[in-house]
Design a binder for this molecule. Structure first.
Ligand SMILES: *Cc1c(COP(=O)(O)O)cnc(C)c1O
Length: 246
């Protein structure tokens, strides 16, 4: 398959672009972590990227992530769930995930904490912010985030590390940039807020189309799918490939 060759070239190119964006922003490259987003893609692609030095992978659906975690249980791969979580899937996530980037309700916080306690595990979590005020997007409105963060203290299995957002999906930086600016301002307020549970060093923002701009605005984690793995496949592609293997 020619796919794996492209994967490595893509990965190298994304790493170089991240490094260049750091230099341009006067930041150290170690300040920005690449999170490859492997949703819809198969185990072989993930293993190729893993062999090239990546260890944590992002997935937006819990069940797909959990199945991949089972498929790849004999590796040291770690999983970051980056999509909305329904309360009834919290028990699945608590079993295998190392990071959750889309916390946006106390109900989910409470359920996750309970399930993590049962498993004897803890989880790094980021609060998802709807920085673009688009009604179809998940995440808390920026003005509700501080009050929310102040209520997370009792959930001792959740290690709050920062904030996550999806900016407006647009090719025009003038439309995308205000989302990132809002996030940096919000991060500063949380760092100054002694009542907010956790630490707020992490800013998970920037995807294939906008990660350089996100880095210019302080992103510490960029979630990159298509620029590494190529076009997103059909939502069922992974399940179909798994059925063929079994
Ligand atoms: C799919 C996805 C990404 C990666 O998007 P690309 O455009 O493929 O880089 C980032 N964040 C979330 C929450 C996603 O679901």
């Amino acid at each position: 398959m020619s796919g794996s060759v492209d994967l490595l070239a893509n990965l190298t190119s994304v790493r170089e672009r991240i490094a260049a964006a750091c230099v341009a922003a006067g930041r150290r490259p170690e300040e920005v972590r690449l999170l490859p987003v492997s949703k819809t893609h198969g185990v072989d692609q993930i293993l190729a990227v893993h062999a090239a030095g990546e260890r944590t992978f992002g997935e937006n659906r819990v069940q797909e992530a959990e199945a991949k975690a089972e498929d790849l249980a004999d590796t040291d791969i770690r999983w970051a769930v980056i999509g909305h979580l329904q309360t009834n899937k919290a028990k699945n996530l608590a079993r295998f995930a190392h990071e959750f980037h889309a916390l946006d309700s106390l109900r989910v916080a409470k359920e996750l904490d309970k399930r993590l306690q049962n498993e004897g595990r803890s989880l790094d979590v980021l609060i998802q912010v709807n920085s673009s005020a688009e009604p179809q997007k998940f995440g808390l409105p920026p003005e509700e985030v501080e009050g929310f963060a102040e209520q997370l203290g009792p959930f001792s299995s959740l290690k709050v590390t920062g904030l996550m957002t999806l900016a407006v999906f647009s090719r025009d930086p003038a439309e995308v940039e205000p989302c990132f600016v809002r996030m940096t301002e919000l991060q500063r307020r949380l760092l100054d807020n002694d009542r907010a549970a956790g630490s707020y060093q992490e800013l998970s923002m920037g995807m294939s189309g906008d990660f350089e701009l996100a880095i210019a605005h302080g992103a510490t984690c960029v979630r990159v799918g298509e620029a590494i793995f190529g076009d997103r496949l059909d939502p069922n592609a992974y399940w179909d490939s798994r059925a063929v293997r079994e």
